[in-house]
Write a protein that binds this ligand. Structure first.
Ligand code: MG
Length: 182
């Protein structure tokens, strides 16, 4: 039987969408390196105006697929029982987040057609997911897995190898690294 693998979407399979919208809203040219905390929108002062603007956009129109993600996911989809596990709720707008779920669904269908929509898990709290292998850029989302892979992102670069080792987490810098680990 194939092992169950959960793959996160944002900042693992795709990136750049939220950053683009923040820059568009603020009239800035920030790059990912500017951000240290997980929630990029924390740098915006007027959250209400920002999210009003945000909801007129489809974040995934401005996202790009991470390098080599397509090929490696295609490979892993054969080798593992692969699911996409992705949170769609923004803490500032939980009640309006259904739109983001639809935008995610459409993006996955369009860009990764070999993954069945039956394999999408849209949720808010990933701790309920019981998977043998998990890939995520947020450390806490790896809990419960036998094999935990932290995908490098702007907000987790400072976590040391020693710290990861004590938690039995392996780091993948990119999708080719993921393939090597799996
Ligand atoms: Mg993520």
């Amino acid at each position: 039987m194939k092992k169950k693998l959960m793959v996160d979407m944002d900042d693992v399979i795709v990136n750049g969408g939220l950053l683009y919208i923040i820059n568009d809203f603020l009239g800035t040219n920030y790059t990912e390196d500017y951000f240290k905390s997980f929630y990029m929108q924390d740098i915006v002062e007027d959250k209400e105006a920002f999210f009003k603007f945000f909801l007129t956009k489809n974040m995934y129109d401005y996202c790009k697929l991470s390098e080599n993600a397509y090929e490696v996911l295609e490979y892993l989809n054969e080798k593992y029982d692969l699911f996409i596990g992705t949170s769609y709720i923004f803490k500032e707008i939980p009640k309006e987040s259904g739109k983001i779920l639809l935008d995610k669904f459409n993006y996955l269908q369009d860009k990764l057609p070999f993954i069945s929509p039956y394999k999408y898990i849209f949720l808010g709290d990933k701790s309920v997911l019981d998977f043998e292998v998990k890939i995520d850029d947020k450390e806490e989302n790896l809990e419960g897995a036998e094999k935990k892979i932290l995908f490098t992102a702007y907000h987790n670069k400072n976590i040391s190898d020693e710290e990861l080792k004590t938690k039995a987490i392996e780091r993948a810098l990119n999708w080719l690294d993921v393939k090597k680990l799996l």
